[in-house]
Structure formats: C-alpha cells, structure tokens
Design a protein around this ligand. Structure first.
Ligand SMILES: [Zn+2]
Length: 380
C-alpha cells in the first residue's frame, strides 16, 4: 500500500519500524481520520473528547473510523501536553464538526501552528479572536494553514446564524413536512435546525444518528438531549436498526430513546407538525411515498445531489417528489478570511495544506514555502 502511494511514507506510522510518539487529530472528519485503522496500534492518538465522540458516532452510523479506547489520549483546549520533546497546545476553532482544534507545537524554542480546518463565519467567531490574542506574545515560526477556499468563489458571506434564519423562513412557508439533510456531526448546524423547529412551532425529529450525537454531546453542551425534558421525538430508521442489530447494539438505542420514539404512521398522519432529519436510505420506510407537499432543506455540499439516490427522490415524474431547498454555508474559511487570519497571526513562514491552490498562497503572501511530501525542513 505504501509503495502504491496510497499510504503516506511516514516511517513507523504504518509499518513495524520505530513508531512516532503520537498521532494528533484536529477533528474527526474522514479526510483527517480515514487511515487511523491502518496505523500501528502502539501509537497513542491525541484528540479532544468531542473528536473521539464524533469519531464514535461516525463509526456506528457512517462507516467512519473510531479512535480505539486504549489508544485515546485527551486533548483539552488551552491545556499544554508534553509528548517527547514537544509541547502541544490545542485551541478551539470553529468548523463543520464538533470540538475541532488548531494545534500549537513547541520545541527547541520554535513554534509551529497547524490551523486544522476552520472558519470565521460559524456560530463561534470568538474562537479565532481568542487564538489570535493568545498568539500575540508567542510568535509563530511556521504556520500550516488550510486553504480549501482558494480557487473557489467566496460568494455571499452566510454565517450559521444567517442560515438558521433562512431555515426559519422556509419552514414557516412550508405546508407539509420539512425534512433536513445534513451531517449530524456538524453540531452547530444540528442546533440551528433544532432552534428553527422551536421558532416555527414544529417538533424536531432526529434520526438515531442525530439523536445519538445529541446524547453524546449533552454532557459538554447545552443542547436538548432526546428523552430528557424536551419535546424531541426520535425516529428509528429501518436501515439503521437493521445495521444496529447486525452489530449487536440495537438494544442500546432502544434503551436510550424508546420513550420518545416516533413511528412513521404518526409522522405521515400529521406531517405539517414536524421538522425531521432525513437521508435517502429512509425513503423505503415511507411505504406510501412521501406525504403531499414534502420539502427537504438540503444543507450539505450540492455535489452530493448528483448521486442517484437523491436524483430519484426529486424526480418530477415521481408521485409527490421532494421539493428540494438548498441552504448551506461552508465549513471552511473563506478566501478573504484566510488573508485576514494569516496576517493577524503573522507567521515567519507559511506552508499551505488542505488546498488545491497552493500557488494562490504565493500570490497572497510573501513568505510561503511549498515543500514536497517527505521533504525535511529546518527551522532556523
Ligand atoms: Zn474538516
């Protein structure tokens, strides 16, 4: 695998040579964790509690990768940990998944900052202000900065708050059931939908995946946890329960959510009462097809709509097709904000990561270096 270029050529990470001291995770998105189950099992994995929870939920419901319990080491924002010769300090950043961090790595009097994936237009703009403030007296020698948006149009700057208001507008206008399609690991978006349901007098119906995420984060955040003093009702999709039964964990979900469970018959008899988490695999549960005037707020990257499972649901030739309402804002920092943030942190040197347009960094900044994979760099 390593020879084919599929696995990065980091000595000891995937083979039985001497292992690195640690794997540091900024967050639980699959493009950051996907190779975890191929790494040497003796390497500790440092991540926030939230990242470990999102990885667990992703592993149970979305074929993602959990952090093995015996390898997990807790990162707490703004609490330094010493790993070998390095001191690592995580800082909370806002991104489209719960409990993401940037990482400050200090050794030998030098400082490296890895941005993680982040944005300035989420629900928590105070996070990046705090990062800039904390780094004011800790100059950065090298910054690894994500640049997903370079090469893409920034478009209108839509915050998570703007998005929640747009969701409220659409739900207010709707006469039938409103479905919500998004990643439940994006807890800020999940909160936006819950709030929108409250503001429009609807009952929010998470599926098992979203309900389990709320259950997991309920000890860290002020969110309504299904089954605990709120009017959330949980839908148990057939496909998720079949998968849970195969894994031997269906009883766990029944124990957690049975008392607020809602059946499909209740949903289709009064569809206008509900704002409900939806994914195409649930469609067969609606044995009579969608109720009339069903709409779906699609709150993910629109490229997913090209997939056949979505195309068939919105096909106008179908009886009661879904009326699709795309409402989304990016989880990544906009191009104009990349420039703002990097200039505020003012690193000595800048290395682009997580981007298709590393050369755009060179157009925007004068201190960019573009090392090749595996190339050693010395901070002097
Ligand atoms: Zn990410």
């Amino acid at each position: 695998m390593q020879a084919s270029g599929f696995l990065p050529g980091v000595t000891g990470l995937f083979d039985d040579q001497t292992s690195p001291d640690a794997i540091l995770l900024s967050h639980a998105h699959l493009d950051h964790t996907g190779l975890l189950d191929r790494t040497s099992t003796d390497i500790p994995v440092y991540a926030t509690v939230g990242t470990s929870k999102m990885a667990l939920a992703g592993a149970l419901f979305a074929n993602q990768v959990a952090i093995p319990r015996e390898r997990f080491r807790k990162l707490v924002p703004e609490q330094p940990v010493v790993i070998g010769d390095f001191t690592v300090t995580p800082f909370s950043v806002d991104h489209s998944i719960f409990d993401c961090v940037a990482l400050l790595i200090e050794a030998g009097g030098k400082r490296i900052l890895y941005s993680g994936d982040l944005r300035l237009h989420g629900r928590k703009p105070g996070m990046h202000r705090r990062l800039v403030e904390v780094l004011r007296d800790r100059p950065i020698d090298l910054m690894l900065m994500e640049g997903t948006h370079f090469g893409l149009p920034d478009g209108k700057r839509t915050t998570e708050y703007d998005l929640e208001n747009a969701i409220v507008d659409e739900v207010s206008k709707a006469s039938g059931i409103v479905f919500a399609s998004f990643s439940p690991q994006h807890v800020d978006r999940l909160v936006g939908f819950i709030r929108a349901a409250k503001r429009t007098g609807r009952i929010f119906v998470p599926d098992l995946y979203a309900a389990f995420v709320l259950h997991l984060v309920g000890s860290q955040l002020a969110v309504p946890v299904p089954g605990r003093d709120n009017d959330l009702r949980v839908y148990f999709p057939n496909s998720m329960m079949e998968s849970a039964e195969r894994k031997g964990i269906s009883q766990k979900f029944t124990d957690l959510f049975e008392k607020c469970r809602i059946e499909i018959d209740e949903i289709v008899s009064t569809p206008e009462k509900f704002l409900m988490v939806f994914r195409p695999s649930m469609f067969p549960d609606f044995t009579m097809g969608f109720p009339e005037n069903s709409s779906c707020i699609f709150s993910s990257w629109e490229g997913y709509l090209e997939r056949p499972e979505w195309k068939s649901l919105i096909d106008p030739a179908r009886k009661n097709p879904l009326h699709l309402i795309p409402l989304h804002t990016s989880g990544h920092i906009l191009s104009q904000d990349i420039v703002r943030l990097v200039n505020a942190i003012a690193p000595q040197r800048l290395v682009p990561v997580h981007t298709f347009e590393p050369h755009e960094f060179q157009r925007q900044f004068s201190n960019v270096i573009l090392p090749q994979d595996g190339e050693k760099m010395t901070l002097s």
